[in-house]
Design a protein around this ligand. Structure first.
Ligand SMILES: CCCCCCCC(=O)SCCNC(=O)CCNC(=O)[C@H](O)C(C)(C)COP(=O)(O)OP(=O)(O)OC[C@H]1O[C@@H](n2cnc3c(N)ncnc32)[C@H](O)[C@@H]1OP(=O)(O)O
Length: 397
């Protein structure tokens, strides 16, 4: 196992860091207050090739390895959790799903434009009555000749008002439970589709999260991903990729907590010395550092497994669970270190704390991942090789 980043990866990190320092940090407090990023940010991201980092060059991407995507997510979340979330959805949950499950024609139709940053993709799984329990979803897709007629509602969907298309999950055969769900690519332009943003979120306010409505939306059968009934597996495999990016992002949030806390420790004095010289403050800093290092090891191990084409559901779930919990704790401690100032908008740590809660809930709650890990250890859950894995890296031509 190699613990060094390559020169190319170091350069990538530097590029993303500069992007965050110049294009995100100067505006983020404003975007957080207003409840949305300036859409120009997507154009900028595409200009530096970050819309398709681990997508093969033949599909319009940068052709870098899966750990390069982790680097991008770390650095983006050092800037903002909501923005990293949006990129996770576009790349981890949508583009990587197309790469793994799409036909050559679907890749040409949807993936290429996305990887080049000409179109934005999103992922629609969660419903008002189906979050952790995916098989409880109630959307339906009924076959009618060469089309499906889609009806249902999705909620908590990132990029709801921005994405050009969504990977949507619906029952094609309710009697079959897990094996009755199918996945479809649904374009925003289809008649009967509408979306509505959710207002009043606790955190990740600059992100565009909302509801989707499908009212007799007709979709051509060629938009179905995988076979009929493969939707549950596709959703879970997509989450293996999404959760990987969430875990990497959490490392970036811990980095941001450390940066702000160290700065504050050096500038604020109590009892005649800088607060960084008080041992209970040092304890919080040390905990953040430990959380950061441990999370990173878990994330890059999962990424290395992806590079080698090894199924990594177990490792990714552990990385997601632990790194999001560490980030949530780091943000809580960062506010604590800043005292009353940390409780205001004067410093970014209050935003960090609000934002840090979302990843503990989305893409598998802390409780779902705890149960999964217990089941693996107790021999009640096993990861078998899938019929379609993500391509190994280096990618073939
Ligand atoms: C806060 C503001 C923003 C909010 C954003 C919210 C948006 C999101 O978070 S989207 C995603 C949220 N949802 C989730 O993360 C779902 C959480 N739930 C789960 O992960 C699963 O349902 C979980 C772990 C509980 C297990 O479900 P369960 O119903 O027990 O199914 P399970 O028995 O494990 O698997 C069923 C089949 O799928 C297969 N499968 C399971 N996992 C995978 C996988 N990773 N890859 C491929 N196949 C898989 C199994 O092998 C099994 O197949 P078979 O029957 O052939 O053996």
């Amino acid at each position: 196992m190699n613990f060094e980043f390559s020169e190319e990866q170091e350069l990538l990190r530097k590029t993303v860091r500069q992007f965050v320092d110049n294009e995100i940090l100067p505006h983020i407090a404003d975007w957080d207050t207003k409840g949305g990023f300036d859409p120009i940010i997507w154009k900028r991201l595409a200009e530096i090739g970050l819309m398709g980092v681990c997508i093969p060059e033949k599909y319009g991407g940068s052709g870098m390895d899966y750990n390069s995507l982790a680097i991008v997510c770390e650095e983006l979340e050092r800037g903002d959790t909501a923005f990293r979330t949006a990129v996770s959805v576009h790349t981890g949950l949508n583009s990587m799903t197309l790469l793994q499950w799409g036909t050559e024609q679907q890749k040409q139709r949807f993936l290429v434009q996305q990887a080049k940053g000409e179109k934005i993709g999103a992922f629609a799984l969660t419903e008002p009555g189906a979050g952790s329990d995916v098989a409880a979803l109630s959307s339906t897709a009924v076959r009618d000749g060469d089309e499906y007629i889609l009806n249902g509602q999705k909620t908590w969907i990132s990029l709801c008002d921005i994405a050009d298309h969504f990977i949507v999950f619906a029952y094609t055969d309710k009697a079959e439970k897990h094996n009755g769900i199918s996945a479809f690519v649904v374009e925003r332009s289809r008649e009967g589709f509408s979306s509505k943003a959710i207002k009043g979120k606790y955190g990740i306010r600059s992100g565009n999260t909302g509801e989707l409505f499908f009212d007799d939306v007709r979709i051509p059968a060629e938009n179905r991903l995988g076979e009929e009934g493969e939707g549950f597996k596709i959703a879970m495999a997509s989450l293996d990729n999404g959760r990987f990016t969430v875990a990497a992002g959490a490392c970036g949030l811990i980095m941001a907590c450390l940066e702000e806390s160290v700065k504050y420790c050096q500038s604020r004095s109590t009892f005649g010395k800088p607060i960084g010289e008080h041992q209970l403050v040092q304890q919080m800093i040390a905990n953040m550092e430990a959380g950061f290092q441990m999370s990173r090891l878990l994330v890059y191990r999962a990424g290395e497994m992806k590079n080698k084409g090894i199924r990594n559901t177990r490792e990714t779930s552990l990385a997601k669970w632990q790194s999001c919990d560490f980030a949530n704790k780091a943000a809580d401690d960062a506010v604590q270190i800043h005292g009353a100032y940390g409780y205001s908008d004067e410093y970014p740590v209050a935003r960090f704390l609000r934002n840090s809660k979302a990843p503990v809930i989305y893409e598998g709650t802390r409780e779902i991942h705890t149960i999964m890990q217990a089941e693996y250890v107790l021999g009640k859950r096993q990861d078998r090789k899938l019929n379609r894995m993500l391509p190994k890296w280096p990618f073939e031509d």
